[in-house]
Design a protein around this ligand. Structure first.
Ligand code: ADP
Ligand code: MG
Length: 202
């Protein structure tokens, strides 16, 4: 749980642990992510994220970043170049936005994730309710500003993508038929935030 007022700071050790845990979750849930991307997509989200995160943790391992800035640069570069699909540039933008926010002197998770969210929206032009990863990122940032972020908040945001009709990305091509399915990018973003809570709690 990250609660309001305590303002946890993102540092290099937590950041590295965050990426290791995110990678573990992505590899564990790779098939489920692909399954989610089948009725409303092209069944590649699991592979996309799995490949990208394999490169991210390998690069962290070989380059041993010694600052948060160096870490965020490695993550950004690998997500941009290795994930592919629509989600690659979007996740890449997210980490680029976080890096920029950190370089501007902010180090709280709240501010950094807000910078990530703004950067995804600048790139993908999706709003809350369009059935994309934004539907998890926005409530997470909001929770950090208000009552605090818990695993439940994250899971509820994912479930809430189910009744939505997709208005952005590949899922929007199936129109009404996207209703009733969880958005794959929302689910992978949930894994990112569960990993963050775990890393922060360690
Ligand atoms: P592709 O759609 O190219 O096959 P992926 O399957 O890897 O790429 O990723 C799909 C996910 O990307 C969606 O579930 C959605 O969450 C996210 N997405 C797609 N378009 C946008 C957008 N414009 N803004 C935010 N997220 C988006
Ligand atoms: Mg896809």
């Amino acid at each position: 749980v990250i609660r309001k007022g305590s303002e946890p700071i993102m540092d290099i050790q937590t950041g590295i642990r965050w990426m290791e845990l995110f990678n573990e979750k992505i590899q564990q849930e790779k098939d489920y992510l692909t399954q989610l991307d089948t009725p409303i997509g092209d069944s590649d989200h699991g592979n996309n994220m799995s490949r990208g995160m394999t490169y991210v943790v390998e690069a962290i391992d070989t380059q041993s970043p010694d600052s948060l800035e160096a870490l965020l640069k490695i993550v950004t570069a690998n997500l941009l170049s290795k994930v592919g699909g629509a989600s690659g540039p979007l996740y890449g933008s997210a980490f680029m936005g976080m890096l920029k926010t950190y370089q501007e002197g902010e180090s709280s998770w709240r501010k950094i994730l807000q910078g990530g969210l703004e950067s995804i929206q600048k790139r993908g032009k999706a709003e809350v309710g369009d059935k994309t990863m934004i539907d998890v990122w926005a409530p997470v940032v909001l929770a950090l500003e208000n009552d605090g972020l818990t695993d439940e908040v994250i899971d509820e945001a994912v479930e809430a993508t189910k009744p939505l009709k997709a208005k952005k990305g590949r899922a929007s091509y199936v129109g009404e038929r996207s209703i009733g399915h969880i958005d794959p990018g929302a689910y992978s973003s949930a894994l990112l935030f569960h990993a963050m809570l775990e890393a922060e709690a360690e």
